[in-house]
Design a protein around this ligand. Structure first.
Ligand code: CP3
Length: 345
């Protein structure tokens, strides 16, 4: 039988399903030998992201290998700061390093306006992937949250505590807010173009929500995500597109995060003690197996997965995912085992 309907879209629409849809954050990546074979042809990771045909091939690899219920655009959240002239490079073993980070408040004032069309390579990748997918497999477009993009852009690289950024936003509060606002409009324009190119769902990655206290989180992260979601929900091109919000270990509780008006919350793996009565029928849930469990035996994987499936059984709108991305040290066999396990229980 040819499937025509997407169980992923049904779950995002808060339907109760017998078997949850499955996709994995970082489902395309270095843990797959097929990915590494393509990756070795490029020195700089972002150069690979600038090739729409390559992005299409990479986005389809995990769909072909595991028959997942959604594809995700192959790209990176740092395309926006790169397009704003901050010169993002990925150095071997170091992650992203900015050639031209935001160092002073004047840098915020001087930053180039975001030219939406300068990321046309991303929209081309979206349309290529969408055309290559069967109709029942949706495509997720994505961006980083304004706060997460600001944190990388000010720090200039990845960091454990982002101390420079945290001092910068206190000492240059007006400019910090100007920057966050510029990033919010850039994210909106970027996501709208992804949707026009064929993205069916949007995920916002707030990967550095954990750096902020609850009060700071509301001021520097949540308020801008809320504005972004509202821009999307008020534009005819994007109003019907479900929005998933991934927040890494935020200090705020779910009812606070729900004020963003996202359709689905993607839970970090430590967020286990949530009260589903507060969220049921209001927001779909995605998550949240600890990716490190995939380094354990099949028995351990099974035990931990069944706990999660039990918790969300009969939940109106549940999507199986990990609590953060697949890491390069995970064996693809474990992804196969996990996927088959969920579908057989
Ligand atoms: O299947 C997918 O999810 C692929 C698409 C994707 C990538 N990055 C590809 C990638 C997505 C959705 C992202 C999002 C992203 N990028 C986030 C949010 C998710 C999260 O993990 O919290 C963040 C914080 C980034 C920024 C980023 N990109 C970092 C910090 C790094 C280096 C760290 C690392 O894992 O190497 C990247 C590089 C990156 N982005 C890789 C991939 C496949 C690995 C690059 C390589 O092959 O060398």
């Amino acid at each position: 039988m040819i499937k025509t309907e997407s169980i992923f879209l049904k779950a995002l629409n808060k339907e109760i399903l017998p078997i949850p849809p499955i996709w994995y954050m970082r489902q395309a990546g270095r843990y797959m030998p097929e990915y590494r074979a393509v990756r070795k042809n490029f020195k700089n990771f972002l150069d690979m992201c600038k090739e729409p045909e390559v992005c299409c091939e990479l986005a389809l690899q995990p769909i072909d290998a595991f028959e997942l219920d959604s594809a995700i655009l192959f790209s990176d959240i740092l395309t926006i700061p790169d397009a704003m002239g901050l010169d993002v490079n990925f150095l071997e073993g170091e992650g992203p390093v900015f050639g031209n980070p935001i160092k002073t408040p004047q840098d915020v004032i001087d930053i180039e306006d975001f030219d939406t069309e300068s990321l046309s390579y991303v929209y081309k990748a979206v349309s290529n992937i969408k055309n290559a997918l069967p109709s029942h497999i949706p495509l997720i477009g994505f961006c980083g949250s304004p706060w997460t993009l600001a944190a990388y852009s000010i720090e200039g690289r990845s960091s454990k505590d982002f101390l420079f950024t945290r001092n910068f936003i206190k000492e240059n509060n007006v400019e910090a807010h100007i920057f966050l606002e510029k990033l919010t409009f850039a994210c909106f324009a970027y996501l709208k173009r992804q949707v026009e190119a064929g993205a069916d769902v949007i995920q916002i990655f707030d990967s550095w929500a954990n750096l902020l206290s609850e009060e700071e989180y509301k001021i520097y992260s949540l308020s801008y995500i809320t504005n972004l979601v509202s821009l999307l929900k008020n534009d005819p091109a994007t109003e019907n597109i479900p929005v998933i919000l991934f927040s890494r270990e935020p200090k705020a509780k779910l009812p606070t995060i729900m004020t963003s008006n996202s359709d689905c919350l993607s839970l970090y793996w430590s967020m286990n003690d949530i009260d589903l009565e507060q969220t049921a029928d209001k927001v779909a849930i995605q998550g949240n197996l600890n990716p490190e469990i995939l380094l354990e035996s099949n028995d351990v994987i099974k035990k931990e997965t069944l706990k999660i499936l039990q918790k969300y059984k009969n939940y109106p709108g549940y999507v199986f995912n990990l609590g953060h991305g697949i890491t390069p040290n995970i064996n693809p066999e474990k992804i196969k085992y996990l996927t088959d396990l969920i579908r057989s229980t």
